[in-house]
Design a binder for this molecule. Structure first.
Ligand code: ASP
Length: 444
């Protein structure tokens, strides 16, 4: 593994000249930051348009034979402010003229949309006096539009082998012989992860405005502790529970090479943020639970059938009914004479009566009931469930909060314990579990 860092800066880190200066300071503050992947300038304030939004708009107006000068001019003005604020000499007129030429010559929307990152990377490389390397030479897609991972890793490693430091535009790559292609919106992170993996960086940093990873939802528990260290696998559990930190494909790209990810906040660079890695570092001081997270509005479908435990092919019969409608059953718990499926799905809501009838006749069920207002709350942490006394702690906390548990599920991988409670008890349960499992542990 190389001892350098690949850092990706999101659009808000480059939204205007002041932010670009701040970002440049962050980059320079650690000489290990050698490969910088950038987004196009993002929002400066709520409801502002990102440069990428403006480019999409420009191209859609062009295609609709509408006047696109105004939106293209807004793109130019965003860059003019940055160039002037940085005090550099950059020929933005030539770049914008090139975008216009590309549009007139019939280039695709994607080829136009990615010019925000291209121009931004060039400006930053001029300001820092670092080399600019175009992603078109690093990231490759196949003719059908799928990422060509093998070629990308090989070519990126080769192209950057003798490069000391570089600024690289995120979001796009090339289809050989065809042209440029972008990732889906927000895909700059995928570019960053690919470069980090190709170069076997010691760390991948994601700098953005929003990413602070808390041990519990701050709208439920004010000012909670942040998660300092989390494993890749634990993060997947967090993502499942609705906590968006980083795209799953980005984690997968880095996890396979065990490259740790550092989630940093551009407004608070002194804070070390959250580190995602294969194993927790020895000095992580973490108690068992990494975080408490939950989601509301699940349904519990309880199926009763005498002698269920002795019947064959029950799973196939019941799940088949859901599978045929592409309804995913998120959790299931079985008893001797009963079976409970937890799900959250519109198709189920719309076909509920019919599904119940089908299950009834498939296994001659005695009764099927649906509980509508179930919240799932997960206590997430590696080794969860193998720690002595953990269930006692959980149940004491829940009992003290006067909450009834409707179901319990312990992940087979020991990464979580999931409790089902009534939606009305959602916040109360989360608070109680946070106090018992995270706060009290930290303060001991
Ligand atoms: N600029 C692109 C977008 O707005 C990609 C990115 O920022 O990651 O979607």
């Amino acid at each position: 593994m190389g001892n350098f860092i690949v850092s990706k800066f999101g659009g808000s880190a480059l939204a205007d000249s002041e932010m670009v200066k701040k970002t440049a300071e962050i980059i320079k503050s650690d000489p290990a930051r050698k490969f910088i992947v950038v987004s196009a300038p993002g929002r400066r304030f709520k409801n502002d348009l990102r440069v990428t939004d403006l480019l999409y708009l420009t191209h859609s107006r062009f295609k609709g034979r509408e006047n696109y000068d105004e939106t293209l001019n807004q793109v130019k003005e965003r860059f003019v402010e940055i160039i002037n604020g940085l005090g550099i000499n950059f020929d933005i007129e030539a770049e914008i003229a090139e975008v216009k030429r590309n549009m007139l010559s019939g280039k695709t929307t994607e080829e136009i949309a990615c010019r925000g990152e291209y121009i931004m990377a060039k400006i930053l490389s001029l300001y820092l006096d670092w080399q600019f390397v175009d992603s078109a030479e690093l990231i490759y897609f196949k003719i059908d539009g799928e990422l060509d991972l093998t070629k990308t890793l090989e070519r990126s490693a080769m192209r950057l082998r003798n490069v000391e430091r570089a600024i690289i535009p995120g979001f796009y790559g090339s289809i050989p012989g065809v042209g440029l292609k972008t990732f889906p919106r927000g895909g700059g992170d995928t570019s960053g992860a690919l470069i980090a993996r190709a170069l076997k960086a010691e760390l991948y940093e994601k700098w953005s405005e929003t990413t602070e990873v808390y041990t519990v939802d701050p709208s439920i528990v004010p000012d909670p502790h942040k998660i300092r260290n989390v494993t890749y696998m634990e993060l997947r559990e967090l993502t499942y529970m609705g906590i968006k930190v980083i795209y799953e494909d980005v984690i997968a790209l880095l996890q396979s090479e065990k490259i740790p990810i550092s989630i940093r906040n551009i407004y608070n660079p002194a804070d070390k943020g959250t580190r995602i890695s294969e194993e927790l570092p020895e000095n992580s001081h973490r108690t068992v639970a990494a975080c408490i997270a939950g989601q509301r509005h699940y349904k519990a479908v309880r199926i009763e059938k005498f002698g269920l435990n002795k019947m064959h092919g029950i799973g196939e019969k019941i799940f088949g009914i859901f599978a045929r409608r592409s309804i995913s059953c998120e959790h299931y718990i079985s008893g001797i004479y009963n079976f409970c499926i937890i799900l959250r799905n519109m198709v189920f809501d719309l076909n509920r009566a019919q599904i119940i009838d089908e299950i009834k006749s498939a296994i001659s069920a005695e009764s099927i009931t649906v509980e509508n207002d179930i919240s799932l709350i997960a206590i997430i942490g590696k080794g969860m469930g193998t720690v002595k006394g953990i269930f006692a702690k959980i149940f004491d906390a829940i009992a003290a909060a006067d909450v009834k548990i409707r179901m319990i599920s312990q992940g087979a991988d020991d990464l979580n314990i999931v409790l089902g409670v009534r939606d009305a008890d959602f916040e109360k349960t989360i608070k109680a579990l946070y106090d018992a499992m995270i706060l009290s542990e930290k303060e001991n």
